[in-house]
Design a protein around this ligand. Structure first.
Ligand code: SF4
Length: 177
């Protein structure tokens, strides 16, 4: 309820005023609402999620890589030129599902097919907030990507944040009061 209120009511109103009075602060506003979303999701998790999905953006893949990493099978050859390899390692080590999506439609289809209990999603501020709004009734924790080469190309993600979060989630072996 609070999540819906925050993402579907307060955020659009804040965005409207931000566009008028502080357009250059829009990313900060988006980050703030992503943080609020994450806090609201984490405080409602009652137990260890059985089906955890790492939903990653295609722009993490090395731009010159010829192997297909989206779709049903990730055909990464583990060369280490991008973090898809590390995410594959994490997926294997923690026994969590990893999917790479090219955009919102593919992400929605993946979610529909896998039906995860909890999603850790990575994207830029704009895509992440849009994805959180689209999946507002699902528990999604958003982790922003890093863009050392500019938007949408050879992006990165803080792997430590992901593993710390999985460790925390996997450690939830009891029902919280
Ligand atoms: S780690 Fe995988 S996805 Fe990344 S460049 Fe190498 S083969 Fe391609």
């Amino acid at each position: 309820m609070l999540k819906k209120l925050s993402l579907l009511v307060i955020y659009p109103i804040s965005k409207f005023f931000c566009r008028i009075f502080a357009k250059n602060k829009l990313e900060n506003l988006e980050r703030f609402f992503i943080d609020i979303n994450n806090w609201l999701v984490i405080r409602t998790i009652r137990k260890k999620p059985e089906k955890l999905l790492l939903l990653m953006p295609h722009c993490l893949q090395f731009s010159d890589c010829e192997y297909r990493v989206t779709g049903k099978e990730i055909k990464c050859k583990m060369c280490g030129k991008c973090e898809i390899k590390d995410l594959m390692d994490i997926s294997k080590k923690y026994d969590v599902r990893l999917s790479v999506a090219t955009g919102g439609t593919m992400a929605r289809n993946i979610i529909k097919e896998i039906k995860p209990d909890l999603i850790i999603a990575t994207a830029c501020e704009r895509d992440l907030i849009s994805g959180l709004k689209d999946t507002v009734s699902l528990p999604v924790i958003g982790i922003l990507n890093e863009r050392p080469n500019g938007p949408c190309i050879d992006t990165r993600v803080d792997l430590c944040k992901i593993t710390t979060l999985i460790d925390f989630l996997k450690g939830l072996s009891y029902e919280k009061k």
